[in-house]
Write a protein of this length. Sequence first.
Length: 188
Amino acid sequence: MADKDSSPAEEAAARAQELQEQSALPYKWTQTIGDLSITFDVPGNITPRDLVVDIKKLKLTAGIKGQEPILNGDLPHAIIVDESIWSLSTNRDGTGTVEIFLDKVNKMAWWAHVLTSAPKIDVTKLQPENSKLSDLDGETRGMVEKMMFDQRQKERGLPTSDEQRKADILKQFQAQHPEMDFSKAKIN
């Protein structure tokens, strides 16, 4: 992996080496920030019963029964086993493709490799796909909307949602305690 101070030629060489290493793997893989998809080809006469696919929280084994596994090793990060699945499909040319879908526990981290024994990719060069607020779960969406609101408020010189909430609490307390002097009260 190239570092920040690399020349364009060093960057290109690092990318070429990474591409060569990834192409040499017996499987292909892609990822989003939330999940991983792994595929590998099998002969067309293979059925699901001929396959061994064992998905664990931190380990993955997959391949054809009686043969050396195509994937066999530790995962670099935890997955949600109950949300991870695999399938076998037949291609137009008569070959088969096994696809394994792994649901990441940490939806905020890119993986540098599928198995810890495999060559790494430079995750700093990954470009996330555009997402919409509607793609986010409720809690994350609420947090992002609050951040967007607060940013707009700051740009306008207005109080953020937290500052407004503190001011409202102070007003409510003042109304309940008119005998107290709040002239020197500060909200931090």
